[in-house]
Each structure stands twice: as structure tokens, then as C-alpha cells.
Design a protein around this ligand. Structure first.
Ligand code: ZN
Length: 462
């Protein structure tokens, strides 16, 4: 099967060829755990969950690494300002590590609700400070970084002479200089475009570690360079995340990895998902329109959120609105009715999977599911329909949400409907018409219309 994926680095769709035959290394930037996970976190989680699933289906041994940022991420994603986690700790009157624990658990339970598979490794920045310090040392030795008052900066101008800076984002170093000059007038950097790879901790900074440059903490971008190298090697296949991470985060990850490892290629394929808008408005904390995943609990099923997030192509913005939710809810209500406990799983054909292999075209795949559903309602290939839904984490056998969903929606599976009809026929044979009518009314209550015709009982959904 020909697998293609859009590579932000080349700005075109490319054929996917892993660096090592049969193995794929995939690194995805995870959350900074200082607040409740929201829909913006759900989109990359689901996008790369589907990639993880189909790569494994293709027989690759996939190592999927998704980090937890629990230190070093400063306000406004900049070099200056307060640590996001420490700031939240003061607000909530907790230890920074209590904040980290609280929101890491919430992130995990949200992703469980969305039926995302766990990554192979979920490393944390605070667990890899030694590796990060080692990497800073290498960058200094290689002549690309310099120390200033206990902080260490990557010399972007020097780096740019050897490797082009802006290779991923398309930003030219001069444009970046223009944009930052005013902000860093008093900076200790040689050039305002330089960025911190290690920051000196001032006396109020809680999360701090000893280093050759005094007490400090790693720069935000550093952990991903250090942890991807540790678990996937200096060069690996796929690096993913939201489009908002392209600059500066991913651009700087590339610079650090090249400076430390002298490696030409850091990640071979860069894959980025687009944003979510809310009724066509940008979703942002500053706008106050962030939708937290935990707030959906008991209102809509995680399966509805999952399906809704797959209805747009991952590189297109997805608009979250009431119509999208009710459409997905109705679709799942219909689809769930085909499901019964004794449906066997079968191999999903390559023809059906094709859209997923073509730059992860989930809308195309969902269109295939609709076609399969139409056939399944006529009794054809029900197993294939359910298995194809399972493939992208819908209507999953292991999914505990099914029982809950069925209860909430008072849905009956086909098997249960046929059992009820058999009971009604038995009652009619015994001339117990009261019982027979009771069963008919019960079915009607659950949206099932029955009709007796030529000695047979036919049924359909209202
Ligand atoms: Zn990252």
C-alpha cells in the first residue's frame, strides 16, 4: 500500500518510507500540564492516534512517544516571564508537582474518554533534566551556544551560517529579528533572535536544578530535542503536533538537535494539525471560549467528540458547532444499532482504508463508513462495517462507553430487537395479546416500528 503524508518541511505530500525498515519512530508534542485539557488538545491526540493505528495495521513496529511538559514552559511561549505551572500552583495554592499530577491525570482520563490508545512512552521534562543538560553542553562544545549570567543561549546567527534557520516555518532570520528587536532591548542575548536553552532561576523560581551554569531550568524547546533523541535516536521518522508549534517550538527543536548532534536530518516527516474554531471564532484562552473535555462528560459521549473531530481533514480548520454535534450524535445513534455483542471482527479491506493512507483523509474514510452502513442495514457485511468503525476507534468492542451509551439513549441492538419480536410472536401463539401489545409498545418506545405482513414481522427504526 502506498502511504502518503503531507510534510510541512517540503510543503508537499510525500511517499512515506521509514528510515528503518519495519520500524517507525513517531514523536508528538504533548500538553503543558497546567490546566484542563480542551478540544485543542483532543485534535492532535486523535489525529496521531489514527496514524498510530494504521501504521501498526500495516505491520510496522511503532514507537510512539508523546511528552508531558512539566517544567520550563514560560508565559507567552517566550524566554521571559513566569513558569506556567508555577504560576498556576500559586493560584491554586498547591505545589507545582501537585498541579502537574492533577492535570496529567485529567489529560489521561480525557484521552481515555476519546478512546485514544496510550503512546508507547510518555516522558516528562523533569525526568530528563540530566539529558537536557548534556545536550546544552554539546551545543556549547560544538560552538553554537554561549553562556551569559547563568543562562545559556543558542546562537541563531551562527547556526544560520551552517544550517538555514527557518527551514520548517519559512520565516527568514531577518523577519524574526524585526519582530523581536523591541521586546528584548535589555536582553543579555548576543542577538535578539537567540533563544534560551537553559535559564538561570531567579530566587523566586521554584522548579530549579543544579547545572554547570548554576541553578536553573531547561528552556521549553529543549526537552523535545533531548527526549526524542533518547527514545527514537538522533534521526527519526515522524514529528507531529499542532500548527501553532511550528514556530518557534519546532523550528528551535530542529536547531538544537542539529547543533548538538551534528545531524543533517532531525525528523524526516513533519506533520501538523490545524486549529479548531468555535462557531467560526478562534478558540483561545484569551477569548474565554475554551471547551474543556471534562465539561462534555455526561452531556455527549466521547465517541461523538471523536467522530466530530475526524469529520474535517486534519490540515483543515474544524468548526465546532451545534449542528456538527447533533449530526454526529445522529450518525452514531444509527451506527450503534447495527452493533450487537456477537459480531465478529474481520479484516478491513485495503480499498476501504485507502483514504487514510492518502494523507490521513478521515472525511473520505467516514464517507466509506456511511456506504458500509447503508449495506449493513440491508444485512450485508455487518462485520466489515463494525470492524471498519473499530479501526478508527469507533464502536469499539473494548469501549466501555457502549454500555453507557446504550443505556443513556435506550438503544436496542438488532439482536435484542429480534429477541423481543420472537417473544412477541410466542405470546401471540399463546393468544396472550396483552403481552404481545406490551412488547410492541416497548419497541415503539425505543424507536422501533413493527409491522406484521404475510405471516412475518418486519421492523424498522422510526
Ligand atoms: Zn515539543
Amino acid at each position: 500500500m502506498n502511504l502518503t503524508i503531507y510534510n510541512t518541511l517540503s510543503r508537499k505530500k510525500e511517499k512515506f518510507v521509514p528510515i528503518n525498515k519495519n520500524h517507525v519512530g513517531m514523536y508528538v508534542c504533548g500538553p503543558t500540564v497546567y490546566g484542563s485539557p480542551h478540544l485543542g488538545h483532543a485534535r492532535p491526540a486523535i489525529t496521531f492516534d489514527v496514524v498510530f493505528r494504521y501504521l501498526q495495521h500495516l505491520g510496522y513496529k511503532v514507537r510512539y512517544v508523546r511528552n508531558i511538559t512539566d517544567a520550563g514552559h514560560l508565559e507567552n511561549d517566550a524566554d521571559e516571564g513566569e513558569d506556567k505551572i508555577a504560576k498556576k500552583a500559586v493560584l491554586e495554592k498547591l505545589e507545582p508537582m501537585e498541579i502537574v499530577q492533577k492535570y496529567t491525570l485529567e489529560y489521561h482520563s480525557s484521552l481515555e474518554l476519546l478512546n485514544c490508545l496510550s503512546p508507547s512512552i510518555e516522558p516528562r521534562a523533569t525526568g530528563h533534566v540530566i539529558e537536557q543538560i548534556q545536550m546544552v553542553k554539546k551545543m556549547i562544545v560544538n560552538g553554537f551556544a554561549y553562556e551569559q549570567n547563568g543562562s545559556v543561549y543558542l546562537d541563531v546567527t551562527k547556526y544560520n551560517k551552517r544550517y538555514p534557520y527557518g527551514i520548517l516555518s519559512g520565516r527568514k532570520i531577518d523577519d524574526t529579528l524585526e519582530g523581536t528587536r523591541e521586546l528584548h532591548n535589555q536582553s543579555e542575548k548576543k542577538n535578539s533572535v537567540d533563544f534560551a536553552i537553559w535559564k538561570k532561576a531567579d530566587k523566586n523560581h521554584i522548579m530549579r536544578w543544579s547545572s554547570p551554569w548554576g541553578e536553573g531550568f531547561p528552556g521549553w524547546h529543549l526537552e523535545c530535542s533531548a527526549m526524542s533523541a533518547k527514545y527514537l535516536g538522533k534521526t527519526f521518522d515522524i514529528h507531529g503536533g499542532g500548527m501553532d508549534l511550528i514556530f518557534p517550538h519546532h523550528e528551535n527543536e530542529i536547531a538544537q538537535s542539529r547543533c548538538a548532534n551534528n545531524s543533517k536530518i532531525f525528523a524526516k516527516y513533519w506533520v501538523h494539525n490545524a486549529f479548531i474554531t468555535l462557531s467560526n471564532e478562534k478558540m483561545a484562552k484569551s477569548q474565554g471560549n475554551i471547551l474543556k473535555i471534562k465539561d462534555f462528560r455526561d452531556k455527549i459521549s466521547g465517541q461523538v467528540i471523536r467522530l466530530a473531530l475526524m469529520t474535517a481533514h486534519y490540515r483543515q480548520p474544524l468548526d465546532w458547532n451545534d449542528k456538527l454535534i447533533s449530526d454526529c450524535q445522529n450518525t452514531l445513534d444509527k451506527w450503534y444499532r447495527i452493533k450487537s455483542s456477537d459480531i465478529k471482527s474481520v479484516k478491513v479491506t485495503e480499498e476501504i482504508l485507502k483514504p487514510l493512507y492518502e494523507d490521513l483523509n478521515t472525511p473520505g474514510y467516514i464517507a466509506n463508513l456511511h456506504n458500509l452502513y447503508e449495506k449493513a442495514t440491508k444485512g450485508q457485511n455487518k462485520e466489515l462495517f463494525i470492524s471498519a468503525c473499530n479501526f478508527i476507534g469507533l464502536l469499539d468492542e473494548d469501549n466501555k462507553q457502549w454500555e453507557k451509551y446504550k443505556k443513556d439513549k435506550a438503544l436496542l441492538s438488532e439482536k435484542e430487537i429480534n429477541n423481543k419480536i420472537a417473544l412477541r410472536n410466542k405470546a401471540r401463539e399463546n393468544k396472550d395479546y396483552k403481552e404481545a401489545d406490551k412488547i410492541r409498545d416497548e419497541l415503539l418506545d425505543k424507536g422501533v416500528l413493527i409491522e406484521d405482513k404475510d405471516g412475518k414481522t418486519l421492523w424498522k427504526f422510526k
